[in-house]
Design a protein around this ligand. Structure first.
Ligand code: ATP
Ligand code: MG
Length: 196
């Protein structure tokens, strides 16, 4: 079985940067590595992308279900097999994103957990934490509207809440405002222990 690692955090937190850096490093060390991001490549993944386009008629109930369906379809189409064939699976977002985002959008935690009960739980989730100010610097958006800002603030809090929502899961918080290289080193050190 592979080590299944996911990267989490608000938009611009550095998930893709760190996921790709880890992939590159592990491949150099001769591990078989499989990277994917959510929404995935399934039919439901395409549906999710259509559903979350601006001006969509769909509410968060429908969107949550589509995300969960994508995750489950991906499990059958790709992940189950990849878990047998690769040493490390790297996920760029996961069901934790659904919990955090959809709960912030007002959906019930218990229902969200239920809808996602068939997912494969990652061995490690790295949550990259950045402030809204840092997010704005990275995106170059100085005129971010108030609602958007308070929404991002709620997301930051909901990421912290994951610890209490899933006390038995391995969720590791990392200061995402550290340098790209320092974060990568920290992640490497943690991963190394699991690969021994
Ligand atoms: N530790 C860091 N310090 C400074 N800048 C960073 C750091 N990590 C990533 N960045 C920069 O911030 C931007 C967003 O990074 P990245 O695309 O990796 O974030 P993300 O979490 O994948 O975002 P999204 O949720 O939009 O996919 C990029 O321009 C990236 O180069
Ligand atoms: Mg990304």
């Amino acid at each position: 079985m592979s080590l299944y690692v996911v990267f989490e955090g608000i938009d611009g937190a550095g998930k893709t940067t760190q996921a790709k850096a880890l992939e590159k490093y592990l491949k150099k060390e001769n591990y078989k590595v499989f990277y994917f991001h959510e929404p995935t490549t399934t039919k439901a993944g395409k549906l999710v992308k259509e559903m979350i386009r601006e001006g969509t008629i769909y509410g968060n109930d429908a969107i949550s279900l589509a995300f969960a369906l994508d995750r489950i379809m991906f499990k059958y189409e790709v992940l189950n097999h990849a878990l047998r064939e690769y040493d490390v699976i790297i996920g760029d977002r996961s069901f934790y994103s659904s919990i955090v985002y959809q709960k912030t959008m007002g959906l019930d935690l218990k229902w969200l957990k239920e809808v996602n009960r068939f997912v494969i739980v990652p061995d490690i989730a790295f949550v990259l934490e950045i402030s809204i100010e840092e997010q704005m610097r990275r995106r170059g958006e100085s005129d971010i509207i108030f609602e958007k800002k308070s929404f991002q603030e709620k997301l930051i809090q909901e990421y912290k809440n994951l610890l209490s929502y899933f006390p038995n899961y391995n969720i590791i918080f990392i200061n995402g405002e550290d340098s790209i290289e320092n974060i990568h080193q920290q992640i490497r050190e943690i991963i190394k222990k699991y690969l021994k």
